[in-house]
Ligand binder design. Structure first.
Ligand SMILES: Nc1ncnc2c1ncn2[C@@H]1O[C@H](COP(=O)(O)OP(=O)(O)OP(=O)(O)O)[C@@H](O)[C@H]1O
Ligand SMILES: [Mg+2]
Length: 260
């Protein structure tokens, strides 16, 4: 396995008008192998979204660097796809047009309009949204809008997908079914994933490794946990396995102590 993404001793903070410079990320280092699914979990406000933005090249670290296959990331790249915490769909475009818009914007000139339409249809179908392809975001439920965001990120064919709570703010049933879809997609597609979530069960179900961030200021990777379940994964088999409850308890304990 080769290391695809390496995070080398990055720090990041923000200057506040009244409180001066506030550190958010302490020295953070880890690497992600090609095809690996890594989840970042941590208390609210610990800096998970900030870390993901640095990985995406949307924010630059104050020190240290992030490399994609040994080359420093200095700005956004189409090799790195992002799904944000809030789905950011253009309200005047339909679901399908939103996906096509992203394909238009990604700077690849080798796709014809028909190919883009085909790609958009394929990914909307894979997240079970074919019926809603012609609807605008205002006519879609929150869960459907999040699925459009996921379809859009996958359609871009970026090698690394960075997902910031893509299933946040959903009811348990929709979340459960979207986790299933995400599991399926991530196992079919040999891409590298970095997911941010609050949900311990989601992390255990989807990931190969889980990094627990400590509460900031100056958050660090407090724990790096390998998830031992084989692939393809089956939820029932995972949840009934001997390791599951122990890992879940360790993770919850680690999160609680991270928040102290
Ligand atoms: N652009 C910014 N300017 C100033 N401060 C910021 C900025 N972005 C993030 N912060 C601060 O950095 C800290 C971490 O924020 P971040 O959004 O990364 O946390 P998080 O772990 O993703 O939280 P949540 O779980 O609630 O999404 C917070 O204190 C936040 O106020
Ligand atoms: Mg966040």
């Amino acid at each position: 396995m080769t290391e695809q993404l390496t995070v080398e001793a990055i720090t990041k903070g923000f200057a506040h008008r009244k409180r001066g410079f506030q550190p958010v990320l302490g020295e953070i280092s880890f690497s992600v192998e090609e095809g690996e699914f890594v989840t970042i979990i941590g208390p609210s406000g610990s800096g998970k979204s900030t870390l993901l933005k640095v990985l995406a090249g949307l924010e630059l670290p104050d020190s240290g660097r992030v490399c994609l296959e040994a080359r420093p990331i200095t700005g956004p790249s189409r090799r790195l796809g992002v799904v944000f915490q809030q789905h950011v769909l253009l309200p005047w475009l339909t679901a399908e047009q939103n996906v096509i818009f992203a394909l238009d914007a990604d700077g690849r000139s080798d796709r014809s309009p028909a190919q883009k339409e085909e790609l958009a249809e394929k990914w909307l179908d894979l997240v079970h949204l074919s019926e809603a392809a012609d609807k605008k975001p205002g006519q879609l439920s929150g869960g459907m809008q999040q699925r459009v965001g996921i379809a859009r990120a996958f359609a871009l064919e970026s090698e690394v997908l960075l997902l910031d709570e893509p299933l946040g703010a959903l009811d348990a049933l929709t979340r459960h079914s979207l986790q299933q879809q995400l599991l399926h997609l991530s196992e079919q597609e040999k891409r590298t994933f970095v997911l941010v979530t609050h949900d311990v069960d989601e992390a255990l179900m989807l990931s190969d490794r889980i990094l627990v961030l400590s509460q900031g200021p100056g958050a660090r990777v407090q724990q790096d946990i390998r998830v031992p379940f084989g692939r393809p994964r089956d939820r029932e088999a995972v949840e009934s396995s001997e390791d599951y409850l122990g890992l879940r308890r360790d993770l919850l304990e680690s999160l609680t102590s991270a928040a102290d």
